[in-house]
Design a protein around this ligand. Structure first.
Ligand code: GDP
Ligand code: ZN
Length: 354
């Protein structure tokens, strides 16, 4: 097996020292599935590297790593190579205290070239959600491509197409139908050997159908399964990074499903429009709804039109949302700190240590 076919860039070896290169194809609890020049293998993390002084980032599906190959058992994963793109989990369930802990090992996919951002053209079409996904896609470091699915279900998709093009910010927009094959040819530019694709979509949009249509084989289970027909149930692999016959890889990890739910700001607006509707009535447009005169929120609380409980939960979620927005900044800061520490340690060992 040649790791170049998996998109490996050998230039990475020179800078990163010993071991042979491998790509993570699935993550289990403490064990990783890998491909390397010797074929498929399992690996475990080298404890002193990964659990030592907080140095090495845990690998995730799609990561390139360096391993010490073992042909009679699990190989040892020595290092996670730098990522060119990644998705991170950002669920808001935890509180600030948990945040630092969770954020450090929550990368759910890495080193993909394209993010297929999907929305369905039928009645479920939702531009706001698409915009949220698109933002995530741009942030990942890969190239977003917008795929509008189920074109066969609408007579004229021009209005949706125009609306999407207005928010696409340079991403390509394609209408397709996995059912009829319409539009699939236009995606060929992206589906080149050695490229890795991930999909950002809500369930039911048609991701599995599209992947199967593009792959020309049943890679993912399509949800509607007739009792008398078990064909749809069979997926060819449990792997999270799948090599298709055409040489293109698809990453689909359980974590991908939750992505996009974290965008609390937009989510909040949807979930709390009964609260936010009062804001328009405040005298000042920048009203903080605290001590300002003419505050419509305070009036509504007083009259009972808005319950105190509802307002409190809005305020606390709002706070969490703000916190979430700052995560990007936090991560950059953390990365810089890690680099500085690594540099410091390197210098220390070079000059004899202490
Ligand atoms: P996923 O949840 O995004 O993976 O969506 P699936 O691929 O499982 O599809 C969800 C439903 O949409 C199934 O009933 C599919 O048959 C249907 N579907 C998917 N793609 C198309 C399409 O292009 N046209 C039509 N008419 N239905 C589709
Ligand atoms: Zn107010």
């Amino acid at each position: 097996m040649n790791l170049l076919e998996y998109g490996f860039n050998p230039a990475m070896l020179a800078e990163n020292g010993d071991g042979i290169a491998a790509r993570i194809t699935a993550v289990h609890k403490e064990r990783y599935e890998l491909v390397c020049e010797y074929g498929e293998t399992f690996g475990r993390l080298k404890a002193s590297v990964y659990y030592g002084q907080g140095m090495e980032e845990f690998p995730t599906t799609g990561d390139f790593v360096l391993i010490k190959y073992n042909n009679s058992g699990d190989s040892i994963i020595l290092k996670t190579l730098p990522r060119k793109s990644k998705f991170e989990r950002n669920d808001l369930k935890g509180h600030a205290a948990d945040f630092v802990k969770t954020v450090l090992s929550q990368v759910i996919a890495a080193n993909f070239d394209y993010v297929f951002v999907m929305a369905s053209l039928n009645k479920d079409f939702n531009l706001k959600r698409l915009e949220r996904y698109l933002t995530l896609a741009w942030q990942s470091g890969a190239v977003p491509v917008i795929i509008l699915t189920k074109a066969d279900l609408v007579e004229d998709y021009t209005p949706q197409m125009r609306a999407v093009e207005r928010v696409a910010a340079g991403a390509g927009v394609y209408a397709v139908s996995a059912k009829t094959g319409f539009g699939l040819d236009a995606l060929k530019d992206y589906l080149k050997p050695r490229k890795t694709v991930v999909f950002l979509s809500s369930s039911g949009v048609g991701k599995s159908s599209l992947v199967n249509a593009l792959a020309g084989e049943e890679i993912m289970a399509v949800k509607e399964i007739r009792e008398d027909d078990s064909r749809g149930r069979h997926t060819t692999t449990h792997r999270q990074l799948i090599m298709m016959k055409n040489g293109v890889m698809v990453i689909d990890t359980p974590g991908m499903r939750e992505l996009g739910l974290w965008d609390a700001d937009a989510g909040l607006r949807e979930a709390f429009d009964d609260v936010e509707q009062f804001f328009a009535g405040c005298r000042f447009s920048d009203c903080k709804h605290q001590t300002e005169p003419g505050c419509a929120v305070k009036a509504a609380l007083k009259s009972g039109e808005l319950s105190q409980e509802r307002w409190n939960s809005y305020v606390s979620l709002r706070r969490e949302a703000k916190f979430a927005e700052d995560r990007g900044g936090y991560l950059r800061h953390k990365e810089q700190c890690t680099k500085d520490i690594a540099k410091f340690n390197k210098a220390r060992s070079k000059y004899g240590g202490y």
